[in-house]
Every structure is written in C-alpha cells, then in structure tokens.
Design a protein around this ligand. Structure first.
Ligand code: GSH
Length: 201
C-alpha cells in the first residue's frame, strides 16, 4: 500500500495522521506534485488531485474522505469514527468543516501567490473571511466533542496546521483561546510531529 501525495498538502496530512494513529506508521508516501500532472497520479486519479491511496493489488481510491472511510472500514486498529448515532454524524460533519477550511485556504494561498497585478483581491478577502468563520465553527466543534481522539479532531488539527503554515497572517489564536490550547496539545502528538511539512517549502 502506498499514498500518492505531497508533504505540504493538508488533505494528505489528514490521511497520514489517521494512518499513524491507527498504527500504520510505515505506509510509503510517494511524493508527487499534482500541478505537474505526473503520469502515476493521472493513472489513478483523472482529476489529478492528492491524496490517492494505492493498494497492493493496484486498486486505488481518491478524495481524502473516501480514503478515510476505506481506512476506517477495512483496516485493523482503533476506531476514529463512531459506528452509528448522532456522534457519527457530528464527527463526519467536523471532517467536512475542516476539509472545507482546507479547500478555501488552499485556493486563497494559490491566489495570493499569483503576481500582484493578476490577483483578484475580492476573492482573497472573501476566502479569508470564510476561513475565519470556519475557524470559529471549528472552535465550537472542538468544545462540543468528546476528548477521545476521532477523525474530526485529526481533520481540524490538519486544517489549523495548514492555516498556520500558509496563512500566518490570520492570527486566530487570540480570538479562540480554547481552540488554541487544544491545538497546542494536539500538535505534540507523535502523528502530528511525524507529518510536519518540511521547512522552507
Ligand atoms: N476534496 C479533495 C481535495 C484534494 C485537493 O484539493 N488536493 C490539492 C492539494 S492540497 C490538489 O491536489 N490540488 C491540485 C489541483 O487542484 O489541481 C480531497 O479531500 O482529497
């Protein structure tokens, strides 16, 4: 089994953290840059997005939600999504919230990285406001969630880490001190430490 992805993608990190928390710390990460349309990625995902999980028999899955579902359903180890009931939907909603923060943040960073004269400022502002709202919702979600680590915690931690990594100007900590305190603990977990993006990338 291997994972196609980049060490800076928050979606890839979510899957890597989930795998490590589940007890799989030796899954190979095949580094690929989706923006270069590498042949191996296109072979497994026509939409050229990472992450992609490739099984030993060649079967592959893409979109981090589906990959997380596959890992949770088919792989041995502790469970990170409740099997049923309101808590199941709460955890899955938390994952979707975090994924959407990541989506909007990635788009905003891409826009900011374009030459200044080509940037659409309205889009950057709108996306940054949405990310700020998302962080507010993440703070409420973490407060309402059980302490036992689940896929919602993992997803929100990876979203916050990406905001810190690529959007340090968001300065969210002063507004969300409880979320900040929770994240300070979460980021020290071995799974988060082992998946830190390389410096200077
Ligand atoms: N919904 C997808 C989003 C994945 C995604 O957007 N990945 C980015 C990297 S962070 C990507 O591959 N971008 C390439 C592109 O948009 O063409 C998932 O959860 O896997």
């Amino acid at each position: 089994m291997k994972l196609l992805g980049s060490p800076t993608s928050p979606f890839v990190r979510k899957i890597r953290v989930l795998l490590i928390e589940k007890g799989y710390d030796d899954i190979e990460l095949t580094s690929c840059n989706p923006w270069e349309d590498p042949a191996e990625l296109l072979e497994h995902n026509p939409m050229a997005r990472i992450p992609v999980l490739v099984l030993k028999n060649g079967v592959s899955f893409y979109d981090s939600k589906l990959i997380a579902d596959y890992i949770e359903t088919n792989m041995q180890g502790p469970k990170f999504v409740p099997a049923s009931g309101a808590s199941r939907w709460f955890v899955l909603q938390a994952q979707t919230l975090a994924d959407t923060i990541m989506d909007v943040a990635v788009r905003s960073v891409k826009e900011r990285n374009r030459p200044a004269e080509k940037q659409i400022k309205e889009l950057i502002i709108r996306d940054e406001i949405a990310v700020a709202r998302g962080i507010g919702a993440a703070a409420k979600t973490i407060k309402a969630m059980d302490e036992q680590i689940n896929l919602g915690h993992i997803s929100i931690a990876c979203a916050m880490a990406y905001v810190d990594f690529r959007m340090p100007h968001m300065k969210w900590r002063d507004r969300h001190t409880d979320l900040s305190a929770w994240y300070q603990k979460m980021r020290l977990r071995p799974s988060m430490q082992a998946t830190q993006p390389p410096e200077g990338k």
